[in-house]
Design a binder for this molecule. Structure first.
Ligand code: NZQ
Ligand code: ZN
Length: 379
């Protein structure tokens, strides 16, 4: 087992009605808030009005930045940071899914500086301080609500990259499963695929820690049990709650203790599909993970067999991969590139960008020949 420091400073407020306690939680941060949200789901669901009521109760002066898109853009982060800086906001309240919360994390470290947000991603600058961030999660998937990571897209440099800093943990995150009732079936399924993919990335990472691996298999087993139930009952509280908790635990660092980081090659490749073809994040992963496992049969066969034994009582690698494909199909997340409109004529451009952006993974490094085989398996 590798050495590790365990630290997670985020206070998680989980359960029915937690939204109604936001006002008293944010009050100590000050009076000026930058409210960040996406393209309108929060207004449609009525959550926006409930949040405004909480902020009014706390006596807040509200500055807003809306319109954060899925696969969020660094340009929006810079614009929002300018609003926050000019108005000297005391804290940020992010209301949305991973795209909104990730954007808010980088806004929180960009407000105190004069350079652009992308300078952090190119390691030209290091954050020294952050405006406190409070998050209200509306979609269970990424784990961003309790981790220090943020993924942004930069159309100018042609990259979608992750960035992490201990300053980027939200101070508080509010998770009311009822708020996720309005997430449509497709994004609900992509969220389940994403959380399972986070388990895979850590499982196939470097190093050995049996307890972390047991946490991982427990989370996958829980998601595979509750996922189909949720897809059959999108307004089920217990179903929404189980998947929401699974998603938080799948990427809040708990599953990587004692290991020296996950692999993240499949995420790297998935980001290329999002960048070039706007594929939803979780959908890119349900397509690429089974294909990656087929390729990795020779190199990681033992690990896949162990996963198969622990989850399905069968060490057969092909059968294990088939089970995952069946599961993703059952919940409605794609397993073929053709299902998201990506034909073979697009493969060369995708592979070129995978090479350029080094979507290679840190444990099982991928080569150009590997990308070709993965695309072939995934077509
Ligand atoms: O923009 P609005 O109108 O809010 O609509 C969103 C968006 O269209 C909608 N939505 C969210 N909550 C809803 C809802 N619709 C109805 N009811 C609700 N309650 O769902 C759509 C997708 O939202 P998005 O935030 O993009 O989804 P997700 O949470 O899956 O986030 C994906 C982003 O997170 C990154 C991904 O790469 C992607 O950019 N990731 C972040 C990670 C992290 N910070 O640790 C790790 C992940 O691996 C991932 O890379
Ligand atoms: Zn992910």
């Amino acid at each position: 087992m590798d050495n590790f420091i365990a630290n997670n400073p985020t206070s998680l407020h989980f359960g029915k009605g937690v939204i109604e306690t936001i006002g008293k939680t944010v009050k100590p941060f000050g009076s000026k808030v930058l409210l960040v949200y996406g393209k309108g789901s929060v207004k449609k669901s009525g959550l926006y009005d409930r949040i405004i009521a909480q902020l009014n109760e706390a006596g807040a002066t509200i500055f807003e930045f809306d319109g954060i898109q899925p696969n969020p853009l660094v340009g929006d982060v810079d614009k929002a940071a300018t609003i926050g800086r000019e108005n000297k906001v005391d804290y940020i309240l992010a209301v949305g899914g991973g795209s909104v919360i990730d954007s808010a994390k980088i806004i929180s470290i960009t407000i105190p500086v004069e350079h652009t947000a992308w300078d952090f991603y190119e390691y030209k600058a290091k954050p020294l301080t952050a405006v406190p961030l409070v998050a209200v999660l509306t979609l269970a998937a990424t784990g961003t609500e309790m981790n220090p990571f943020a993924v942004l897209q930069n159309p100018v440099t042609g990259r979608k990259d992750g960035y992490g800093s201990p300053l980027c943990f939200p101070v508080h995150s509010f998770l009311d499963p009822e708020v996720t009732y309005t997430v449509p079936a497709d994004y609900t399924a992509y969220g389940i695929a994403d959380l399972i993919a986070h388990c895979f990335e850590n499982y196939f990472g470097k190093g050995d820690c049996s307890l972390s691996d047991r946490f991982i298999t427990a989370i996958i087993a829980d998601a595979m049990e509750w996922g189909p139930k949720l897809m059959n009952n999108l307004h089920g509280y217990d179903e929404r709650a189980a998947i929401m908790y699974d998603a938080t635990m799948a990427l809040n660092l708990m599953t990587s203790h004692g290991k020296s980081g996950g692999d993240w090659g499949v995420h790297g490749m998935g980001h290329i599909l999002s960048l070039l073809h706007g594929v939803a994040h979780g959908a890119s992963l349900s397509i690429l993970f089974p294909a990656w496992m087929k390729l990795l049969n020779e190199r990681a066969g033992k690990q896949i067999a162990k996963l198969g034994t622990d989850l399905f009582g069968n060490p057969d690698v092909d059968a294990t991969i088939a089970k995952f494909e069946e599961f993703f199909t059952q919940i409605g997340s794609p397993v073929h590139l053709s299902q998201v409109g990506i034909g073979e004529d697009k493969f060369e451009e995708i592979i070129r960008l995978m090479i350029r952006n080094k979507a290679e993974g840190s444990n099982y490094k991928l080569s150009e020949a590997d990308y070709r085989k993965i695309m072939e398996f995934a077509k």
